[in-house]
Design a protein around this ligand. Structure first.
Ligand code: FDA
Length: 306
């Protein structure tokens, strides 16, 4: 119930202005968001790289209906990629992009514009010597996002995608994408989805995750295990036995289980942290609250005591 309410609120303009307008919100948000500016993103990246973690950076924003805003997001990524290169970080830090932030929902030619905008970001990533991974949003966008992925991979074969284990279709998508050169970030899925398309219980989602992981680990692509779940992390290690430490990687979100991130990196495993930054943190933050009821108590306590 609480999860559903928070996910519904993540798309409500009224709740958004209430939460964003609360001056006390910001310190709580900082647990999950590295800061507002490119300089903040670069500083957070430097700290994570220093203890052996890898990084993927997300310039926050989603669901834009404004072409100028989508173009602004592209500029932000191009600047970020240049700064990563200048800092000498581009060999260990890549970027993650939401197609809805670069035009996918524009009323006319949305997918085409998103493709061209994503292409500009990929081109800047190629110049910097790093990679791009396409985030996955709600199920109504899955076909469109995978179609953009196919187009981008013609020129940029290293572009990766996220697949969400909670979707009933995903095991087949894993089979389709478990091919040489393909990078797949497997997560559980963070949106509110109907039963017709998605498993609803934690047990079903966890089982689906393991089935998908088996397909990816047995395939020829590069699996990216995006989960904080200790059981799934252990299973991933077992399934990856024949791959060697460079044949796959673990990924976690900024601010979540940082000690485990450091432990995995210290063991010599590839461990990448997803680092969001920018002013448009509302939707991302609400999804993090929805994942864990304890975060809501933490959020409310901070409002009461700060
Ligand atoms: P689960 O939710 O069962 O959590 C396991 C444990 O991790 C918890 O018991 C707790 O200890 C800790 N934990 C998890 N979430 C927490 C939180 N918010 N606060 C504090 N502790 C927490 N989703 C999506 O739909 N599209 C996408 O593109 C992406 N991209 C993405 C990239 C990366 C690198 C990661 C790690 C995750 C995503 N996600 C995502 C989010 C993903 O779908 C999922 O919602 C979260 O990772 C939580 O699921 P877990 O697998 O961690 O398991």
């Amino acid at each position: 119930m609480l999860r559903s309410a928070l996910l519904a609120a993540s798309r409500s303009a009224a709740t958004r202005s209430l939460v964003e307008g609360t001056p006390l919100t910001r310190p709580v948000v900082r647990r999950f968001v590295a800061g507002e500016t490119t300089a903040d993103a670069i500083a957070a990246t430097g700290e994570l790289l220093a203890d052996g973690r890898l990084v993927t950076l997300d310039h926050l924003g989603e669901d834009t209906k404004d072409a100028a805003q989508a173009a602004g997001t592209v500029r932000a990524y191009v600047e970020l990629l240049k700064r990563l290169d200048d800092a000498g970080y581009a060999d260990r830090a890549e970027v993650s992009v939401k197609l809805s932030a670069v035009g996918q929902f524009l009323p006319v030619d949305g997918e085409k514009i998103a493709l061209e905008n994503a292409r500009a970001i990929c081109s800047a990533a190629a110049d910097a010597g790093t990679t791009v991974t396409l985030d996955m949003e709600d199920h109504s966008t899955t076909d469109s996002t995978l179609s953009v992925l196919r187009e981008l991979r013609v020129d940029f074969p290293w572009v990766g995608a996220v697949l969400q284990a909670y979707l009933r279709r995903t095991e087949q998508d894993c089979r389709d994408l478990a091919v040489a050169g393909s990078r797949v970030r497997l997560c559980k899925g963070a949106y509110q989805e109907p039963e017709s398309v998605a498993y609803q219980s934690k047990a079903e989602v966890d089982l689906a995750y393991v089935r998908c992981l088996k397909v990816l680990m047995a395939g020829e692509g590069y699996p990216m295990v995006a989960s904080h779940d200790p059981r799934l992390i252990a299973i991933a290690g077992e399934l990856a036995a024949g791959r060697g430490a460079d044949g796959y990687e673990h990924q976690m979100l900024y601010g979540i289980r940082p000690d485990e991130q450091v432990r995995l990196a210290a063991e010599g495993q590839r461990m990448r942290v997803y680092v969001p930054y920018g002013g448009e943190w509302y939707g991302y933050f609400m999804r993090r609250l929805a994942e864990r009821p304890a975060n809501v108590a933490f959020f409310l306590r901070s409002l009461a005591t700060t």
